[in-house]
Design a protein around this ligand. Sequence first.
Ligand code: ARG
Ligand code: ASP
Length: 699
Amino acid sequence: MRKLSFFILLFGLVLSLCPALRADEGMWLPSLIEQGHIKDMRAKGFRLKAQDLYAVNRASLKDAIVRFGSGCTGELISDQGLLITNHHCGYGQIQQHSSVEHDYLTDGFAAMNRDEELPNPGLTVSFLVEMRDVTDSILKGVTNTMDETERQQIVEANKKEVVGSATEGNHYRASVEALYYGNQYFLFVYEVFEDVRLVFAPPSAVGKFGGDTDNWMWPRHTGDFSIFRVYASPDNKPAPYSPDNVPYVPKKSFTISLKGIRPGDFTFVYGFPGRTYQYLHSEAVRYIQEKSDPHKVRLRTLRLEVMNRAQAADPAVRIQYAAKNANVSNAWKKWQGEMKGLKRLGTVAKKQAFERRFEAWAADKPEYAGVTERLARLYDSLEPYAFARDYHTEAVLAIELFRFAGTFAGVEEWTPEAIEQVRKRSAAFFKDYVPAIDRETARRLLEEYERHVPESFRPQGGKIDVGAIFDSTLLVDSVRVGRLLAEGDTAAVRRIVDSDAAVRAFRAFTAVYKTRIEPAYKELNGQIDRLYRTYMRGMMEMPGAGKAFYPDANSTLRIAYGKVEGYRPVDAVVYEPVSTLEGVMEKDNPEIYDYNVPARLRRLYETKDYGRWAVNGTVPVAFIATNHTTGGNSGSPVLNGRGELIGVNFDRCWEGTMSDLEYDPEVCRNIALDIRYALFLIDRVGGAGYLLDEMKFAE
Ligand code: ARG
Ligand code: ASP
């Protein structure tokens, strides 16, 4: 007994020494599950084999998962190319097809047959064909003593060769990605489809129910999904949009579980997490928590105030600025949760303690000794540049006019083709542009910019006169811009563009950024990255650090697993892990746009007419689990132990949004839509029950 408790104590101690490992933490590489976490997964309730998750020469679950666009995940749910992702992932597309007359954002959209499915130029989905450790090939010719520039040249050349041979004689695309700060390299080969059509979207009052108020929050009642279809050439290969294309037949599609979930059930999330920073130095975390996040939050608060007011006053503006607002609001809220979470966990102090232990261990190892101190010094030098850079992106480039001016400023030669390109870009810009919003935003942002950014990082010439820029620029006037570009007089375009006030302002800001901020920022970051490579290797070598390291997310396919579980957000409050239609109706409020439950759903609720979707007299809506996820995991399949689809991931709980830097098993939860809510909505609210005929169910 005595001995045992001593052992447990010791074990607990070892765990707490780890820079990384906590229960359910981790985003694992699918191809390494077989040698790695399959045992633990099976012990916790996974019923399949590693080969069912990832295999190269036969179909596996990975073949049913796509990177959706550049920032989300989606999964195939029929053998006719039907795909489900989040409403917020298809939001840009749904908005693009919307106007005041066809307001698919408000009313939802359902294609009643294949001909009604809407093409989305520019949208792609990528299937992972294969992933492979190519460290040896990439580091061929690299030595420990070589300087960094030389190393980089060799690595780049080797990457080219590896990518070249992976894509030779086929239609695949490939990339080589660094893991563990360049201690390891993996090749990823993708098959990319470009004809992806919109099939179904619920009304925003469902798909974005609760709007930005409920965003990042539990309890949640958002039906955050949309349905697309992947099309291929008649021989089932990727092809640009064509009416002759046919639904893609995937190697694999998910079976949908109708059995439901219970607290404690094993689940896993299989998707494309974007970026995490688990191994960051304490100084970097301190900068994020104490400086970067607070400033960025304040700048975005200003932007949101202006947008919200204008959108509330005019329904056309509400649509025009819907996606922009959602974008700005999303990180704004996340950063607030992140700051709070880091503070509560004391991440900076914990990292400092770890760094001291690391240095003690490294004291007699010249390769590692002093690495964390050198990092601290570099971060100190970096801070002014990082701060100026934050303001460049969050204040200067947040001004829509400046970004638009950048399109003009970036044209080197005004050829007819260049004019045509800019004309297209202008059309898209003016469709959703309200100069009054931008002007007010610019005024307030630049005020902050002048207050906080030291003069040496600002364009010369004193105060920036926003009013004068907006009054004299051509670029806020769609008619005049249209006329200028239509006339196609290249000399005139160049002359007018070069003297335009917005273009000149943009050039002035860009010039300071490019000369006084970016070069130093890049140079210092290069040195920092180099040190991380050493630091990371040291952490992995250091005894007691455990072998359960996982590479930071980098938009490559990963598996995270955990269980359905509630949490305690604050003192005296316990959150249950499952939400239902009852909660949707509790929040129902016709007065508030984001909580105005569609009449049809309200009626179903009143008559309790749920048909086969009834569970204990209601309909399940969403659930939370301990899976470690991040941005990019949106739309990822949430699966049960049998690999059947039980939900679609769409968010994290606010109290746990620091999980990109430190995962806390107590409060870090991913939020998933219960797949049965999506089916109920398609069937009973959207009137597109015919789509269910394509799907496979496990009852
Ligand atoms: N928070 C989720 C994610 O980071 C959803 C964002 C979209 N929803 C919104 N209301 N802005 O992407
Ligand atoms: N909502 C995020 C996404 O779009 C997911 C997250 O950050 O947890 O990927």
